[in-house]
Design a protein around this ligand. Sequence first.
Ligand SMILES: [Zn+2]
Length: 67
Amino acid sequence: MYDWIAKIFSRHVSCFQCGTKMTRKAAFSVKLNTAEGPFTMHACTDCAGEVNDVLKAIEEVRHDASL
Ligand SMILES: [Zn+2]
């Protein structure tokens, strides 16, 4: 099978931070708006809390910058 097909139909995703493989359902999706467009990352539950803190920090920076 072609790699890209396997990727599209794979029910497993890797945590962007620690690389842990988990099912899509168990993964915590992080949606980011980047210069290249919307981008979704997957994080395991262990990293999700950390990711939330990072996202909060980013939002705060954005907020500060817009003042
Ligand atoms: Zn993780």
